[in-house]
Design a protein around this ligand. Structure first.
Ligand SMILES: Cc1cc2nc3c(=O)[nH]c(=O)nc-3n(C[C@H](O)[C@H](O)[C@H](O)COP(=O)(O)OP(=O)(O)OC[C@H]3O[C@@H](n4cnc5c(N)ncnc54)[C@H](O)[C@@H]3O)c2cc1C
Length: 382
């Protein structure tokens, strides 16, 4: 949309409201991925006038990401996503250091979701609650300035966030580059996802084989930040580049740390989802954490508009609800990323000897390691 159209849209909405010049009483959500649409649904449900602006014309397409989500985590998003489910998982095979740890629960633990259908369901829910979603709108800096005159801004525009850049909200300190592909192959075991951790393949590497549906197998990899530089070790490439400075590099990314700032109280700007770095650093899962970030952001906006509460309450609420678990995921990642094959093998063997397989099959929690630690100590106390 041109800047002019955006101004017109704003004017039409403003003209019925008689607002003073410097009041922001509405919300503009930039990005209609899952986090943006969950934010919009919750904002609209709380009675807040909400517009969503999405660059793509077709939501959730192409589906570049996977959709493994814990059943508990899915429940925490407060919506019915059953129509998007393509498979149910009962566990995982963890491959590391040449060892395999098999975790298999009696109860279902996770769902595999079709990401395009998931986006459509999130869209339907947000529109049902009264949010307006405008597709084919690539929001640039000029448009952001215009929207920001009247709107609180929620940046839900992914890891490479234009909102975060425009409002100087700092960097995401760590990320993985990703690749995934689907094959028309019947999964070997439709109940479990295979996870691979191997620093010999690449630093910080993880990979997965996901039984997506009856005749559909998905394969994906995430490679840590150091990997790009390996290319430069190839003689011909290093000779061609010489001592030239790298100006830029691009790839699809999963953020692995929270962004330096996820809220700017003074400017009334909040970030949610990948834009905020609300992602599990062990496996890159971000639907549950980003969705919960979006719900908390919507509540903080409501309290801000109704009671004048600081928007900084959003960051505090997210930290107290999820900060410890994300920190534990980060610690786990730091431990295994720094290990060579033989140390990983020793660690896996020791964990298996200590009964990790049966403990995790019974008490495993893919989102909340803190809950597992609690259960571990409780079990030993009892
Ligand atoms: C390969 C891969 C596998 C993954 N697997 C899983 C998994 O199994 N389980 C899980 O929970 N998570 C997984 N994730 C992570 C998950 O996909 C993300 O955490 C989640 O999609 C984040 O949602 P989001 O709405 O914050 O961002 P996105 O889904 O990135 O949505 C951002 C939206 O903003 C739009 N946008 C961007 N810039 C602009 C702009 N300037 N103007 C307007 N619109 C804009 C984009 O078009 C996009 O639609 C995976 C990610 C990848 C890459």
């Amino acid at each position: 949309m041109t800047l002019w159209c955006l101004v017109c849209l704003d004017y039409i909405i403003d003209s019925g409201l008689n607002l003073s010049d410097n009041m922001r009483t509405r919300v503009a959500v930039v990005g209609a991925g899952t986090a943006g649409l969950i934010a919009a649904k919750n904002l609209a449900a709380l009675g807040i006038d909400t517009n969503v602006y999405e660059r793509k014309k077709r939501l959730g397409y192409p589906p570049r990401a996977s959709g493994i989500v814990s059943i508990e985590g899915l429940g925490s998003l407060g919506a019915d996503y059953r129509k998007a489910v393509t498979n149910t998982l009962y566990g995982a095979n963890i491959h590391a250091g040449g060892e395999v740890m098999r975790i298999l629960s009696k109860k279902p633990v996770a769902k595999v979701l079709d990401r395009e259908i998931l986006n459509d369901l999130c869209y339907d829910e947000s529109v049902e609650e009264g949010a307006h979603v405008f597709t084919g709108r690539d929001i640039n800096s000029e448009m952001l300035d215009e929207l920001h005159r009247r709107n609180i801004i929620v940046g839900a525009d992914g890891a490479v966030s234009a909102v975060a850049r425009h409002f100087a909200m700092g960097e995401i300190g760590d990320h993985v580059l990703t690749y995934k592909a689907e094959f028309a192959a019947r999964p070997r075991d439709h109940r479990v996802v295979d996870m691979f951790f191997d620093n010999n393949v690449a630093p910080g590497f993880f990979g997965w084989i996901c039984p997506k549906a009856k005749d559909l197998t998905e394969v994906g990899i995430g490679i840590g930040q150091g990997h790009g530089n390996r290319l430069l070790k190839i003689k011909e490439i290093s000779e061609a580049i010489g001592k030239a400075r790298m100006l830029s590099s691009y790839a699809s990314v999963i953020p692995l740390r929270p962004r330096e700032r996820i809220v700017d109280e003074k400017e009334e700007v909040l970030l949610v989802g990948d834009a905020a770095g609300q992602v599990k650093p062990t496996t890159g899962g971000g639907i549950v954490f980003g969705g919960n970030g979006a719900i908390l952001a919507a509540r903080a906006v409501r309290d801000h508009l109704r009671e004048g509460a600081g928007l900084g309450e959003y960051e505090k609420a997210f930290d107290s609800g999820f900060g410890r678990d994300l920190m534990l995921h980060r610690t786990l990642r730091r431990i295994y990323s720094g290990m060579g094959k033989s140390n990983l093998s020793l660690l896996m063997k020791a964990a298996k000897a200590l009964g990790a397989e049966s403990f995790l099959s019974k008490y495993g929690d893919m989102d909340r390691p803190s809950a597992m630690v609690r259960r571990f100590f409780l079990r030993n106390l009892v």
